[in-house]
Design a protein around this ligand. Structure first.
Ligand code: 5AD
Ligand code: SF4
Length: 449
């Protein structure tokens, strides 16, 4: 019998990247094959994002393309997975004649059955959320590589008033420490050099008496040659214990993504972020004391309901005070079903746009200035491979997650750690020359030194 060929595209956050690997693993197990060619696929899956309206609009656009490639072909299933599936459910099928499968984030285990339903002419709809599903027993499908994303928990209980995630991904639940550590061991044996532990709010990870700091320490111990990253941290829950764990484990990267969202206490309260700017800034200060050289990135929303010019200036002030290495910056996008949706989206579009531009311009200037401070210094870089622009250059990232470009050479290869002397920098990229290749035991030596 000819095997079904699955083509999958992933949108949105890294959690979706990890989920697509789960989905591939589940389908391979049932005898499906994977393809990277849309044309030869008879199962086309889009793993989608609902966090902002423009993310959803992109998917509708893509469905239009897929329709032009696939319409008229018999026996093709087009499916929507992820947050849009959970949010819009059967409406997706009604509105888009090409879609005949809709499966949300907690139902991937049953995807093969929903596919059977769709293949036999029915609709495959699976959108139940679960309080317990963590897919702890499923090993995600990963092609070889350097970097892996590991989802350590699912869902979110924070209910920030603008955010659709608690509705599309359900309640918070953690995987076991044991299975996460085992997964990291397997990745280490396969030659992976970097893992990023993922959760909407990793700081509320819990497996019996183990919290996220315990998990991070256990993962870091597996292989000191592996870099460990994690995201996302919530400013209310980030503990000093976690800061010390980062400091004490030299292979845990000195980089914290700590979304502030707004610089105004009044707006933070309306967002239900549950911290004040004073608390946030103190946390940054403590982190900088405990982890020398730590770098930060953040998320900012411009134009939340009722945001005044004064609130906006307070956001610019936070950027100036913290001096983040980088930021993800967005215009507020009302999401149906959230608390903020009931508030009046009263900041006019042009004002939102202008404020966002001011935030981006300021952050770019700060990123540029911060990178200039690195000129003449040395950074440890994990070699990722050829740079995107030229085969004469390699690219890699620093501990603090900055893309670094340096001349290609036979003396080092993907997966090596090297020391690079930085001689030029833009706001987004460092450029330099290789000083030396570093012993794979570098982290171990650094730790005992
Ligand atoms: N509008 C704009 N940005 C949003 N985010 C989440 N929900 C919205 C929304 N409705 C942003 C937040 C969050 C990041 C992942 O996306 O900044 O931290
Ligand atoms: Fe959304 Fe807030 Fe949860 Fe992040 S912490 S996923 S912004 S509700």
């Amino acid at each position: 019998m000819k095997k079904n060929k699955v083509y999958i595209e992933t949108y949105g956050c890294q959690m979706n990247v990890a989920d697509s690997e789960l989905v591939m693993s589940i389908l391979l197990d049932k005898g499906y094959e994977l393809t990277k060619n849309l044309k030869e696929a008879n199962v086309v899956l889009l793993n989608t994002c609902s966090v902002r309206d423009n993310a959803e609009q992109r998917i509708y656009g893509r469905l239009g393309n897929i329709k032009s490639v696939k319409s008229g072909e018999p026996n093709v299933v087009v499916g929507i997975l992820g947050c849009m599936a959970e949010r819009l459910r059967e409406n997706l099928i009604e509105k888009n004649k090409i879609v005949n499968l809709v499966v949300g984030p907690d139902e991937y285990r049953n995807l093969p059955e929903y596919l059977d339903e769709a293949f036999s002419g029915g609709k495959g709809i699976g959108v139940r959320l679960s309080r317990t599903e963590t897919y702890d027993d499923i090993i995600p499908y990963r092609e070889g590589g350097l970097s892996a994303w590991i989802s350590v928990m699912r869902g979110c209980d924070k209910f920030c008033t603008y955010c659709v995630v608690p509705y599309t991904r359900g309640r918070e639940r953690s995987r076991t420490l044991f299975s996460v550590v085992n997964e990291v061991k397997t990745l280490s044996r396969r030659g992976f050099r970097e893992v990023t532990l993922l959760g909407q709010n990793v700081n509320s990870y819990k497996d019996k008496e183990n919290d996220f700091a315990d998990l991070l320490a256990a993962v870091a111990r597996v292989d000191r040659k592996m870099r460990i990253r994690f995201t996302t941290s919530h400013p209310q829950d980030l503990s000093d214990k976690l800061l010390y764990t980062i400091a004490e484990n030299s292979n845990v990267c000195n980089y914290i993504h700590l979304p502030v969202q707004s610089g105004s206490d009044r707006i933070l309260e309306l967002m239900n972020r549950t911290y004040t700017i004073e608390h946030y800034l103190k946390l940054i200060e403590r982190a900088r004391k405990i982890i020398p050289g730590v770098s930060f990135s953040t998320d900012i929303i411009a134009g939340f309901p009722t945001e005044t010019e004064e609130d906006h200036l307070a956001t610019l002030d936070v950027l100036k005070t913290v001096r983040y290495d980088g930021a993800f910056m967005f215009k507020y996008s009302p999401r149906e079903g959230t608390k903020a949706y009931k508030m009046n989206d009263d900041v006019p579009e042009d004002v939102k746009g202008r404020r966002l531009k001011e935030i981006i311009d300021l952050q770019q200037k700060i990123s540029f200035e911060k990178n200039q401070e690195l000129l003449g210094g040395e950074e440890v870089v994990l070699v990722e491979g050829e740079s995107r622009k030229s085969s004469e250059y390699f690219a890699g990232r620093t501990d603090t997650n900055k893309v670094t470009i340096f001349p290609a050479s036979d003396s080092y290869k993907t997966g090596d750690y090297i020391k690079v002397k930085i001689n030029r920098a833009t706001s987004a990229t460092l450029f330099g020359d290789v000083v030396e290749k570093i012993s794979p035991d570098f982290f171990e030596i650094q730790k005992t030194a």
